[in-house]
Design a protein around this ligand. Structure first.
Ligand code: AMP
Length: 543
């Protein structure tokens, strides 16, 4: 099997050092593109320094948690590196979350300050969630002048102008600051709290260190050694608040001086327009994006996407058919990877230089061991071709879960991370995924935890029993469907339950359907039999 190339540059020890090196090395090269505006690496470095100094003045230092609650914008990148440079810890929030979800994560992580753009739909939930201090970042600071004018006049209702003592406008944060003070942050210090349901569905923060994230960055780059420093343009439509985006789009880009083309949300028309306009060379994707691009090329034409030389992705299963269709259109082999929040990004990956085996997510990335263990007796390692729980050891694996020693202990066996995914290794070390032990629905690249939806349903006074399963979905791969049993005498309908859920869970978690039943299947000991219901749904969809 082909070996990984040697890494012949001195790697940075911390994430702020990564960006400082990039700013010094790629100076006038474009770093960020947003809605037609560009920032060079020098400008990005200067913005990071200013914000870091402002954050320090506001009390951010070692161990202080700062929450990022932003769609992909230049502020995401600036604040990510600035928080770390100030010595603080980044807590990533999904900006689609409702106030209740944000409040839970803020309390658990002990977030001291939240960062949001001045968009009403994002500021509202953060204030409602009880944030103590909120840094408000004006969209006019990052949009081209005419787009800013349109937003602040024609669509001014979308802009938040809160009169609230907790708000710190960005301009006030950075007014009159000098250089940030040097803080002693080391490779083994906590850098990011990455919230995930893990194998249990209870939201918890995977503790990722500077060393974890930088290891994952090097491992990812080792899979594509032909990327050209200072010449790549990476299309950033995957969210930067998820590990794939954080590692591939931000950290790898800073290492190779790539331009990050930021799109705040996925709309296929916007994606196709942006590809034509900015000519990206690398496109990290989830399966739904590939499906949409393939459909769009029927009208837009394949030459529009000819600038893309590398299609890479992970997070959800890419069918062989999808990869084949992409290859037929572009002539390019899709590079699929597999990883988790707990591993900072990819831990197994295909490469640009090794043969690709259909249906496999590739081999372990450098310095990484993948073991297959018996899920019932995890101390027992299984052999080639045997299916079992995928377990990972490597420098990218988290320190543990924030403030959850018991869950951390359960997540490891002999120092190896248990992923909750089932797979096998072939004789060449290629990993094949076959199933999941954990109760999670992979919907278009987002992880949806049935437990969150079930708990929300149980908060409705008419609900006696609730169960949520993933059902096949032509576009998203899987989508959540809820089954509900009502309390005796209750009459509420599915539409009313869906309306109730709107205030409880985010849009992406909304069940595609709620079916009200007289009873739900139970196991011999009376537990709700989820597997049974799921199998029945799959058969129904297949038929
Ligand atoms: P997250 O922590 O959100 O990154 O989700 C990690 C989970 O996504 C893994 O444990 C897998 O269940 C799933 N996953 C990641 N990559 C892939 C892939 N290439 N194919 C199928 N499932 C994947």
């Amino acid at each position: 099997m082909d070996a990984y190339p040697q890494w012949n540059e001195t790697p940075p020890e911390t994430l702020p050092a990564l960006l400082e090196t990039a700013a010094a090395r790629f100076v006038a090269r474009p770093a960020l593109w947003f809605m037609g505006r560009r920032w060079t690496y020098r400008a990005l470095g200067e913005a990071v320094d200013r914000i870091a100094a402002g954050l320090q003045r506001a009390g951010v230092g070692p161990g202080v948690k700062v929450g990022l609650c932003l769609p992909n914008t230049p502020y995401s990148v600036m604040f990510y590196f600035a928080i770390l440079k100030a010595g603080g810890v980044v807590v990533n929030y999904n900006p689609l979350y409702v106030a209740r979800e944000i409040a839970g994560q803020m309390a658990d992580s002990e977030t001291a300050i939240m960062v949001v753009p001045d968009l009403a739909r994002l500021v509202g939930p953060v204030l409602e969630a009880g944030a103590k201090r909120v840094i408000l970042c004006p969209m006019r600071g990052i949009l081209p002048p005419w787009k800013a004018f349109a937003l602040y006049t024609l669509r001014r209702k979308e802009i938040a102008r809160p009169r609230d003592g907790r708000i710190i406008p960005l301009a006030a944060l950075t007014a009159g600051v000098g250089q940030p003070a040097r803080v002693s942050v080391g490779a083994s210090d906590l850098a990011v709290l990455q919230y995930t349901g893990g194998t249990t569905g209870v939201p918890k923060g995977a503790m990722l260190t500077h060393a974890n994230l930088l290891a994952c960055m090097r491992q990812t780059l080792a899979c594509a050694p032909e990327v050209k420093p200072g010449e790549e343009r990476v299309l950033a439509v995957l969210p930067l608040f998820h590990v794939i985006g954080m590692t591939v789009l931000m950290n790898c880009s800073a290492q190779i001086g790539a331009e990050i083309i930021l799109l705040p949300r996925f709309s296929i028309d916007e994606v196709m327009r942006t590809i034509k306009q900015t000519r990206p060379s690398i496109f990290p994707v989830v399966p739904t994006i590939v499906t949409a691009v393939l459909a769009a090329t029927a009208t837009h034409g394949a030459e529009d996407i000819a600038s893309i030389r590398m299609w890479i992705g992970g997070g959800a299963p890419f069918s062989e058919e999808l990869c084949k269709r992409l290859k037929a259109l572009t002539g390019l082999q899709f590079i699929e990877a597999y990883g988790l929040s707990e591993t900072s990004g990819a831990s197994a990956s295909n490469t640009t230089f090794s043969p690709i085996k259909p249906g496999s997510v590739g081999r372990a990335v450098p310095d990484t061991t993948i073991e297959i263990r018996d899920p019932e007796h995890p101390e027992r390692r299984l052999g080639v071709g045997e299916k079992g729980e995928i377990c990972i050891r490597g420098p990218q694996v988290m320190m543990g879960y924030w403030k959850r020693p018991e869950e951390t202990a359960r997540a490891f066996i002999d120092g190896v991370l248990r992923t909750g995914d089932i797979g096998y290794l072939d004789e060449d070390g290629y990993l094949f995924l076959v199933d999941r032990l954990k109760d999670v629905i992979l919907a278009g690249g987002y992880n949806i935890y049935p437990r969150i939806i079930e708990e929300a349903l149980y908060r409705h006074p008419a609900v006696a029993e609730a169960m949520v399963v993933g059902v096949p979905d032509a576009y998203r791969g899987e989508a959540p469907k809820a089954f509900v049993v009502l309390r005796p005498g209750e009459q509420v309908g599915a539409a009313a339950l869906l309306a109730f859920l709107e205030g409880e869970i985010s849009k992406i978690e909304m069940p595609r359907e709620i079916e009200i039943r007289a009873s739900l299947p139970k196991t011999a000991i009376g537990k709700l039999a989820k597997k049974e219901l799921q199998a029945a749904e799959r058969t129904r969809h297949a038929g």
